[in-house]
Design a protein around this ligand. Sequence first.
Ligand code: AMP
Length: 318
Amino acid sequence: MSTSKILIVGSMAFDDLQFPMPVPDPSRPGETGDTFDDVVGGSATYASLAASCYAPVRIVAVVGDDFPKAMLEQLGRRRIDTTGVERAAGLTFRWKGRYRPDMVGRDTLDTQLNVFADFRPKLPDHYRDTEVVLLGNIHPALQLEVLDQVSSPQLVIADTMDFWISGEAETLAALLKRIDVLVINDEEARLLSGIHNIVRAAKDILTRGPDKLIIKRGEHGSLYFDDDGIFAAPALPLETVADPTGAGDSFAGGLVGYLACQGNARHTTMRHAIVHGTATASHCVQAVGTGGLANLELNHVEQRVKEIRELYYLGELP
Ligand code: AMP
């Protein structure tokens, strides 16, 4: 079976990050820090680095004049086609976030759309035949515009966040009708559905378009819902979490990469894909920024898939 091609749209960004405790500083070996500015991130950056462990990726995004050329070259070396990344005059998207003491919850301090404010995605012609599309977290209108330009997508997965759920509810509702899988976290599921109980929230969301829903619960793993039932995947307990930024995007990237290799999204395949996404995210959080993904290979992910499977193996009764 041939591997499907993957298209990822999302943000490419500079992130300004604040942590409640010092974490290893990737630019000063042996040193730590609790504030990091201008960290290269963005949903498309994290997701494409993650998915590239599995299959070639095509990326659609916009960056400003200030975005490092070296990062685009680094993506290129990992089979990520960046012809769809537009370099526009102006500043790159910027997100500023502060993690709470539990290193799970976080508060957005500032979001500057910058070049994303006027971005109209235009897919290079050779992107149009992509089978598997990951609409990474970005304005839902842009997610829709990208989807409109793909000729016959076989599987469409979308991520979003509170910023768009609250601010762009109508556009997001239109997007939901056009996707197969929605990936959000538990707070977002509650916000989107207006329902606190997570199972009832999931049922409500499944009436709005997608027929598969993944709810991420940070260090508590994730829940998956479709017509065939519910699946719960634990997160891999880690001794060191340096930076949770990009965990959700690398989860989605690993998920989509695995699905592209399998060529179907049946219930059991989705279960495996979720464990692969979880394993990929576990690598992401171990370094500030994209450091945990930069040299990640499939065998590193597969090793963690084994560790996750062992977490819930019940063993034989004596
Ligand atoms: P995650 O930790 O997986 O939720 O994703 C973190 C990444 O999302 C960061 O690198 C940010 O640059 C990016 N991000 C934050 N807010 C937004 C937004 N409103 N739209 C698109 N990307 C965003």
